[in-house]
Structure formats: structure tokens, C-alpha cells
Ligand binder design. Structure first.
Ligand code: G3P
Length: 226
């Protein structure tokens, strides 16, 4: 499973990228508003993220009609070669995804919750599909179970050349809220987990690692220095 970071915060992206294990970045309008972003600065901000990221950077459209989504998607794709256009899983979004994929523009279909939505997203040429785990949990459903169903359904088929030629669709476990979500996403075979910075840090830090390190350091002090 690859790790993306789910944030629009440049400091978080820079720090996580320095750890050496980051494969990409996902953003959305909420994450951009959270860092105090402005409409005028949006393209420049995405460009900065693209420069920091070694992998794909999902930038989301806000239009809801296919014509608006396509137009926005084309503009976003011009920002940098690693931009992935994030499009909602709606009828208009499916139509726009097909048009963008046919132009060679990779799309991440977001706000995906069910197997039929995921299969239709892949069939429309999506490069990535993002099932939202935490938001399913929010309505007392099992988000990981739904993610697992989607991963299994997608893996039943070969998606070669359905979207951007030569590229296979990948499932991104999104709306990840905890280390347990990350563990379970890997166990059910998600291709990617996009993880908030705070959770990503918790994925590395463990009290037994910290305590073990302290014990090793203390014992090393007892070694005769000669
Ligand atoms: O990747 C999608 C994510 O940003 C949504 O997360 O926690 O707002 O459901 P959340």
C-alpha cells in the first residue's frame, strides 16, 4: 500500500515528504479553506504542492455540471504534470471523467461510497477511486467493510486501457481518521491510503519504540568507553 498525505498544508507536505515514504498528496476544498486559502491563490498553491510532491497531487473541481468540471479539470491539469483532477462521483462527474480521461488527464473520483459507484467510476476512466472510510463510520456503517467490498470488486476485473492508456485504476482509502483505519486499509488491499498528517505521524510513533530507544540509550551509557 502506498501512502498519500491528505492535506493542503505545505509545511505538513514538506515534512512528510522528507520521511522518504510519501507517494502523493490529496486535497479538497475543505482542506484548502482550512489553511486560509484564497480563490486567486489556488492555482499557485497547487503548483507549490506539486513541486513538493514526488507523486500525484489531487486538486478538486468545484463545478457540478459536466461542462464546468471538464473546463476546470483542463485548467487544473495545466498547472503541473503531476496534477490529478479530483471529481465527485455523480452522473455529471462520470461524464466529465470520461471526457478528461480521453484527453489523457488522470482523474481521482471522490466521495465514492458503494461498489456500483466505484465500478462506474473505473468504467468511466478514473485513474483513482476514493472510498471515504470515516464518513461511513460517521453514519454508523462499517467504512472498512465498504472499502473491502470496493477493493474486491475492482480487483475482479482488468482495467487496462479503460482510462488513461497504460494505467490501471487504483483504490485510495480516504477519509482516514486513525491508525486502525490505516492497518485495516492495508489488510483489505487498498492500493493507497491518503492520511492526515497527525495520523501519519501516529503511524510511525509507538510508545514501545520510544521506550525501547530510551532503554537502549541508557544501557549504551553503561558500556565501558575504552
Ligand atoms: O480524502 C478525503 C478526506 O479529506 C475526507 O476526510 O475526515 O473530512 O471525512 P474527512
Amino acid at each position: 500500500m502506498k501512502f498519500f498525505i491528505d492535506t493542503a498544508d505545505l509545511t505538513e507536505i514538506k515534512e512528510a515528504a522528507s520521511w522518504g515514504a510519501l507517494a502523493g498528496v490529496t486535497t479538497n476544498p475543505t482542506l484548502y479553506s482550512r489553511i486560509g486559502g484564497t480563490l486567486a491563490n489556488f492555482p499557485a498553491h497547487i503548483e507549490k504542492i506539486c513541486a513538493l510532491s514526488t507523486g500525484p497531487v489531487s486538486a478538486e473541481v468545484v463545478g457540478e455540471l459536466r461542462s464546468d468540471i471538464i473546463a476546470e479539470g483542463r485548467e487544473l491539469a495545466k498547472i503541473a504534470p503531476n496534477v490529478v483532477v479530483k471529481v465527485p462521483t455523480t452522473i455529471e462527474g462520470l461524464a466529465a471523467t470520461r471526457a478528461l480521461a480521453d484527453e489523457g488527464i488522470p482523474v481521482n473520483m471522490t466521495l465514492c461510497f458503494t461498489v456500483p459507484q466505484a465500478i462506474l467510476a473505473a468504467r468511466s476512466g478514473a485513474r483513482y477511486i476514493s472510498p471515504f472510510v470515516g464518513r461511513f463510520d460517521d453514519i454508523s456503517e462499517d467504512g472498512i467493510e465498504q472499502l473491502s467490498l470496493i477493493v474486491n470488486a475492482i480487483n475482479n476485473y482488468d482495467w487496462t486501457n479503460v482510462g488513461v492508456p497504460g494505467e490501471q485504476v487504483e483504490v485510495i482509502a480516504a477519509s482516514i481518521r486513525s491508525v486502525q483505519h490505516v492497518t485495516q486499509a492495508a489488510l483489505v488491499g487498498a492500493d493507497i491510503a491518503t492520511v492526515p498528517f497527525s495520523v501519519l505521524r501516529k503511524c510511525v510513533e509507538h510508545p514501545l519504540t520510544t521506550n525501547g530507544l530510551s532503554a537502549f540509550a541508557a544501557d549504551w551509557e553503561k558500556v565501558t568507553k575504552a
